[in-house]
Structures are given as structure tokens and as C-alpha cells.
Write a protein that binds this ligand. Structure first.
Ligand code: FAD
Length: 417
């Protein structure tokens, strides 16, 4: 049976126009602003240009000014935007805002949507997602959450310490995960709170110096000290924060994969161009067998990543949890993207290490992806546990069927064997 993987015409058209926008507007802007950290003025300039080109906010529903693409549609468009480090910022689909918009659309009340989602979707404000804590708090294991929120008259008081919170500096609000019941180690008892940036109880301690530089606003350490918020600041239901985190994390993992796949393609293009131009040992670099192997392996990594992303996105679009397929896709893509950029840099020799082309920058930017959105080891652990559970369930099912058959035979008077 033939399987049609073609995107519908409106998605294909948006992906084509996004690729054109990135090529004609974003890449030249990136070239002009080679400074590591993009400025707020550049963010606004690029977002205005994306709006004018009709490619802004492809993920948000039309009610909030977007194109309302499903996850499979996002896969096509986000990959094109991700071809440039600045592309996602221009389309307003960069982390963490894109994942927060997805979460707010799914969980927020109408009043919260008007107050937080609408200005976020238009790019008027930015946001952050505050979950991770310094040891011994939440990291790979979110159940270790130590930040607490206690009930006060008409609201809640949050106390806690967070770090690696992307985009917090300059954000209009934070979505903060805090424990409202139980103790660290418990699987439940977390609640999400919407905290306005001007809340005096939410303070940035420092900017953390990191390998990567392109995620807007950097990564900060922050504290919540007697941070009081009203009841209306609760996002969703009390004690359901871990469940809502899954609403955000599965799709957010996939959109990260889509964006970084764009960078992998960009890296491969640079390597292929170099292979076609550079003369070595009497032939083109690209005519040497080991270079061809590297180019072929990168093509395989890119194609396999795209296939795994689409499979997981299809499951998400069907309303399934897609826990296994998003974990498989995330683990594979994070490592495949790294391999592609690393091979591309090797093909380009010293030029690849230099700042004259973007490869050394790409290498720094993609490495942390094997840690955030769940480290590879955490995903492999979860994938293996689900696989073993499936095996145990299949064995129990086979055992139950055998017992039922034996009983049926006994009741029919047949000799049990
Ligand atoms: C660039 C960047 C941006 C980030 N942005 C945000 C953000 O905006 N908001 C936010 O809340 N957090 C953010 N984080 C934090 C990120 O989510 C955490 O780093 C991640 O969850 C891992 O937690 P941890 O760093 O505490 O590592 P730990 O939990 O201490 O884990 C350390 C290592 O243990 C290993 N490991 C994990 N599980 C297993 C296992 N089952 N078996 C064997 N080994 C295992 C892995 O190698 C892992 O790297 C960001 C991190 C980075 C690097």
C-alpha cells in the first residue's frame, strides 16, 4: 500500500515561502549582525519582516494571528526556519516562547489567554519556563522539584531556586513549576504559576555563561523569594503541573528537533559546497571516498531524523501521548544533528574551525540539545523501560490466553494438555 507523506498545499506553500524569507532576509541579517547575541531591536526588525512576508507565527491558531499548523505542518515550516539561527526568532517560534504558546493555548483560561498568550503570539512580549533547579532539585528527574508554593489568603507564596531558565531576562512573565503538595521525590503535587516579570519576589541572580549563545535572552539563575501571586495565576488545576508539563514537553521536544534539523541541513550544505570546490591530491575533496562516506552518512542522519519527527508528530496530531516516539525521535535527532555538524566541520578543515563560516558556531549551539528537553540517557532509560513493560504485558496476555484456552477445553470435557 502506498503511503502519501506529501504535505497539503497550504503547508508546502508556507514552507516554501519561509525558505525564501530565510534566504533573502534572515541570512543577510545574520551576516550583518555577527555579534553572538541578537539584540531586542533586531528581534523586532526580523519579526516585522516576517509579518510582512506572511510567515509569522505558523504554529498559533488564527484567533491569535497565526497559521494554526498542526505538528506535521510545523515539521515542514520549522525546519526551513531553522536553517538560520535567527529564523525561529524571526517567525516567533523560538524556544521557550513557542512551547509556552502551545501550553497556554491548551491549558489557560480565556482571561489568561488574553493577558499572556495574545501579546506572546504577536511578539509584543517574551516568556520563560522555570522548571530546572540546582542539585538536589528538579533536573532529569522532575519529581525532585523542591520549589514550594504555600496557600495564602487569595493566592499563593512561592519560594524556590531555579537555574538555566532560558530567556528569563527581559521576559514579560515566567511559567514557574512549584510543589503544592507532597515532598521531593513524589510523582505528583506540582502546580504551574504565571508570574509577572514585575513581581518583586521573582529575581534574577546571574546570567550563566554557556557553550551556546543563540537562544534569545540567555540562560539565568533566579530565585523566588516570598513571591506572592493571586489565585488567577494558577495555570490549569492545582497539583496537575506534571501532567501539563507533558502537554508542553512532547511537542516542544519535536519542535526543537525540527529547528535543529534546519541547522544540520545548513551544515551539510556548507560541507558539500566545500567538497565540490576544494582540490586535494589531484581530485576534488568530494571525489575522495572517505568524504563521500561522511556526506552520505549525514544525508542518512538528516533523512532518518525527518522520518522520526514526522512519525512522532503524526501520533501527536492524533491526540496520542506519543511518549515513546517523541523520546526516540528526540534522542536520535539530538545526536544525529551533532554528528552532521561535526562531520561537516571536519570536511571543511581549518576553515570549519574558524569564524569565517558558521560551522564552529553551529557545533557550540547544538551540543546542549543532548542535555535539555531530557538528556539522551534519560530518554534511553524511559524507552527501555517502556519496551520491557510491553514485553511483560505481552507475556502476561499470552499466559492469560493459554489459561483461558485450557479452562475452555476442560469445561468442554476435552483432556487438558
Ligand atoms: C542550554 C540549556 C537551556 C535550558 N533551558 C531551560 C529552561 O528554559 N527551563 C528549564 O526549566 N530548564 C532548562 N534547562 C535545563 C534542562 O532541562 C536540564 O539541564 C535537564 O533536564 C537535565 O537536568 P540537569 O542539568 O539537572 O542534569 P542532571 O539531572 O544532574 O543529569 C546529569 C546527567 O545524568 C545523566 N542521566 C540522566 N538520566 C539518566 C539515567 N536515567 N541513566 C543514566 N544517566 C542519566 C545524563 O547524562 C545527564 O546529563 C536548560 C539546559 C540547557 C543546557
Amino acid at each position: 500500500m502506498a503511503v502519501d507523506l506529501a504535505h497539503p498545499p497550504h503547508v508546502a506553500d508556507l514552507a516554501r515561502r519561509t525558505a525564501q524569507f530565510v534566504r533573502e532576509v534572515v541570512l543577510p541579517a545574520e551576516e550583518r549582525n555577527r555579534a553572538a547575541v541578537p539584540s531586542e531591536a533586531l528581534r523586532r526588525e526580523l519579526q516585522d519582516a516576517a509579518r510582512a512576508a506572511g510567515v509569522f507565527a505558523p504554529h498559533v491558531s488564527a484567533e491569535y494571528g497565526g497559521h494554526g499548523l498542526d505538528m506535521r505542518g510545523r515539521a515542514a515550516v520549522f525546519e526551513e526556519a531553522g536553517y538560520s539561527l535567527l529564523g525561529p526568532l524571526a517567525l516567533n517560534i523560538a524556544a521557550p516562547d513557542e512551547g509556552n504558546m502551545h501550553l497556554l493555548e491548551a491549558v489557560a483560561t480565556e482571561a489568561q489567554k488574553e493577558r499572556y498568550l495574545r501579546p506572546l503570539a504577536t511578539g509584543e512580549i517574551r516568556s520563560c519556563f522555570a522548571m530546572t533547579e540546582p542539585a538536589p532539585g528538579a533536573g532529569s528527574d522532575p519529581r525532585a522539584l523542591t520549589t514550594r508554593a504555600e496557600r495564602i489568603d487569595g493566592g499563593w507564596r512561592i519560594q524556590g531556586h531555579k537555574w538555566f531558565i532560558t530567556g528569563a531576562d527581559g521576559a514579560g512573565f515566567a511559567i514557574c513549576m512549584a510543589r503544592t503538595s507532597g515532598t521531593p521525590g513524589d510523582a505528583g503535587g506540582a502546580t504551574m504559576f504565571l508570574v509577572d516579570a514585575d513581581n518583586p519576589g521573582m529575581k534574577i541572580v546571574r546570567h550563566i555563561e554557556t557553550l551556546d549563545e543563540s537562544l534569545f535572552g540567555g540562560h539565568v539563575e533566579m530565585v523566588f523569594e516570598n513571591c506572592e501571586v493571586p489565585d488567577e495565576a494558577v495555570l490549569g488545576a492545582v497539583d496537575q503541573g506534571f501532567q501539563y508539563a507533558q502537554v508542553r514537553l512532547g511537542p516542544a521536544r519535536m519542535t526543537h528537533c525540527m529547528r535543529w534539523l534546519g541547522i544540520a541541513r545548513h551544515a551539510q550544505d556548507l560541507a558539500v559546497r566545500r567538497s565540490a570546490e576544494r582540490e586535494l591530491f589531484g581530485s576534488r575533496l568530494g571525489d575522495l571516498g572517505m568524504t563521500q562516506q561522511a556526506i552520505a552518512d549525514s544525508e542518512i542522519d538528516i533523512a532518518a531524523s525527518r522520518g522520526l519527527i514526522l512519525q512522532a508528530c503524526w501520533e501527536l496530531d492524533q491526540g496520542r501521548s506519543a511518549g515513546q516516539s517523541t523520546a526516540i525521535a528526540k534522542t536520535f535527532c539530538a545526536e544525529a544533528v551533532w554528528r552532521v555538524v561535526d562531520r561537516s566541520l571536519q570536511i571543511c578543515g581549518a576553515l570549519g574551525v574558524s569564524g569565517d563560516i558558521a560551522l564552529s558556531r553551529f557545533l557550540r549551539e547544538v551540543r546542549p540539545f543532548r542535555i535539555y528537553d531530557g538528556p539522551s540517557e534519560t530518554h534511553r532509560w524511559a524507552i527501555a523501560r517502556r519496551t520491557l513493560r510491553r514485553h511483560t504485558a505481552a507475556q502476561a496476555e499470552a499466559g492469560a490466553q493459554a489459561t483461558a484456552a485450557t479452562q475452555a477445553e476442560a469445561q468442554a470435557g476435552a483432556p487438558a494438555q
